[in-house]
Write a protein that binds this ligand. Structure first.
Ligand code: T4K
Length: 372
């Protein structure tokens, strides 16, 4: 009997290989591999069109995009950011010389709201970074009015949020900028990659300068530069991936619905809601294990691991308990609870209907054993 296939979290969607081969043929024929090549320029145009924004600056990855955006905005002082996020959100701010002021999140969406951010305001606050968690938007309206009232910069970490919308308007054009990731595990996959999207022309020019370590025509003044350039190979992956993005997202929605329907009646666990009138990309399928569940998060993860399913707790232990922020004491009870109760389950095109049934079987059996 063959062993069941290993299942991974993340998307792992493969762009069309024939189209990808053709795109790479052009790269080799031109022998122009990086430094603002034609495929990067074309990818920037296509992404800007898709997001409905004036400027897109493609860079090496989402983390570098966040660092560049923070530097190009000329920020100094404290930046309010959720502790419940991937480490890159906070690390990028620290690299840009800023002080993260960590805030809590909403228990149902796992994302920041105007209320959770307001609790972290101080006279040193320079900016707010909202994170659109799991492929659904955070409280854009509330954060925008708070930032406006207080005269603060507002940026969004939209690493999970490509092609999602709020009330018919695409995420990408809110705040000063929104930063996306095109990592291998995202709905749009460049292997590595990221971009800054903005409607502010002066800020876009500053980001372009900051992303390139030495002079080019049209450079503007920025506090610091780095090599953040996207390569032609990355752009080729992205351009080809855009062609199948709609079907990838449709597939994600179907997989999320199957998980949710299958485990609706399971005691003590529930999936974060991607329905509720939002146009989510279902980037991640995220299960929350309630305190009254017969088993805890780690028991479920371990049961999956022995069955070849790489489910994992995201995010742990929370940025308030990780360097460099753990040097200070933070009171973030919702973040603490989520770090102990949230886990990601496999999704993306490599996860079949039968695979999802297998994951759900393991979850149900583990809870059942725990109950008995
Ligand atoms: N902001 C937020 C809110 C983010 O979530 C992220 C990244 C960023 C900013 C920064 O963007 P980037 O700088 O990454 O562009 C993964 C991804 O690497 C990361 O992009 C993502 N968020 C994060 C949520 O997940 P890891 O360190 O947990 O990845 P890793 O290597 O353990 O892979 C996840 C799973 O996918 C594993 O089960 C293995 C499997 N896998 C992974 C890769 C790379 C494969 O099967 N094939 C592969 O090629 O961070």
């Amino acid at each position: 009997m063959t062993a069941p296939k290993n299942l991974f979290v993340g998307q792992l969607n493969t762009p069309d290989r024939v189209a990808l081969r053709a795109a790479f043929k052009g790269v080799f024929e031109r022998r122009f591999y990086t430094n603002h090549g034609p495929l990067v320029a074309a990818f920037e145009d296509r992404v800007a069109e898709r997001l409905g924004v004036a400027h897109v600056i493609c860079v090496a990855n989402g983390t570098v995009a966040l660092m560049i955006a923070a530097k190009a905005a000329g920020l100094s002082g404290e930046v309010i950011v959720p502790a419940y996020t991937f480490p890159a959100t906070v690390q990028a701010l620290v690299y840009a010389g800023l002080e993260p002021a960590l805030c809590d999140v909403d228990p149902s969406t796992h994302a920041v709201t105007a209320e959770t951010v307001a609790a972290a305001l101080s006279p040193k606050t320079a900016a707010i970074v909202g994170v659109h968690m799991w492929g659904r938007p955070c409280d854009v309206e509330g954060l925008s009015s708070l930032a406006e009232d207080r005269g603060l910069h507002l940026m969004f970490d939209a690493a999970h949020a490509f092609d999602i919308s709020i009330g018919g308007r695409k995420v990408g054009g809110f705040g000063l900028c929104e930063v996306f990731s095109f990592h291998a595990t995202k709905v749009l996959n460049c292997g590595e990659g990221g971009c800054i999207a903005t409607n502010d022309s002066a800020f876009a020019a500053a980001c372009r300068t900051a992303a390139n370590f030495h002079d080019r025509a049209g450079d503007v003044e920025t506090p610091l530069r780095i090599n953040g350039k996207m390569s032609e190979a990355q752009a080729a992956m992205g351009l080809v991936g855009l062609e199948t993005l709609d079907s990838v997202i449709e597939g994600n929605r179907a997989r999320y619905a199957q998980y949710r329907d299958r485990l609706e009646a399971a005691p003590g666990v529930r999936f974060i809601d991607h329905a509720a009138g939002l146009r989510s990309n279902c980037q991640y399928v995220v299960l929350e294990v309630d305190p009254e569940c017969a088993v805890d998060q780690m028991a479920l993860i371990e049961a999956m691991r022995v069955n070849g399913i790489a489910a994992r707790r995201y995010f742990y232990p929370g940025m308030h308990r990780a360097p460099p922020c753990d040097a200070r004491h933070w009171n973030l009870p919702i973040t603490d609870r989520l770090c102990r109760s949230v886990m990601q389950t496999p999704s993306g095109e490599t996860t079949s209907r039968a695979d999802i049934d297998r994951v759900c079987d393991v979850i149900e059996a583990t809870i059942d054993n725990g109950t008995r």
